[in-house]
Each structure stands twice: as C-alpha cells, then as structure tokens.
Design a protein around this ligand. Sequence first.
Ligand SMILES: [Zn+2]
Length: 112
Amino acid sequence: MSEKPYKISGWYDVYKSIRKPMPRPGYVEEDKRPSAPPIEEEDASIEDLKIEANIVCEGKGHELGEWADAKRGRQNVSTSTCKKCNKSITVIENPLGNETDMMGEALTQNCL
Ligand SMILES: [Zn+2]
C-alpha cells in the first residue's frame, strides 16, 4: 500500500487532517454556540419617561412646561408642550404594540 503525499485538495482530505473537520458539502451544522438570554426590558414608569423626554427635548432646544397627566383606559399618559415653540410631546406608559412610549413633534423636530 503506497502512501500518497498528503495534499489538501478537497473536503475529504481536510476531514482526515488534524484540523477541525468541516461539515460535509450541503450539510448544515447545528450552531452549538450558546445563545444569549432574551432581553428583558422593564416597562419604564411614567415619571421615568418624563425625565427621559425632558432630556431628549432639551437636546433639541425645547423647554418643556408642566406635564399634564391623564388616563387612557388603563394606561397613564402625560403631555407637555414647549414654552418657546409650542410643539407637544406625549409619553405613554406600557405602550401598545404599534406605539412608542414617546411621541410628538417636540421629539422629532428641533426648537425654533
Ligand atoms: Zn421648542
């Protein structure tokens, strides 16, 4: 039996080598990497949202006035307007799937 000189020419030779074997062509190996735990995002309270909204709006040059709290069903909502440009912002506790917890012109547009 003659030993051929070792030559990496295809997947089979690689499989016989000391290197980690590659999956066969056309075969998808199961991903054995550990998966990260699901991200659990806590719902922010209405007061936290107001603080966050103030920071964001301040960055856009707005100066928010008093917050007006209201109830919308079981949700707490609060609205404020800018003292300078009158653009409004609304924060919603536990927003529905198609909503964000912050909405309004003051959030997306810069102050005058
Ligand atoms: Zn403004």
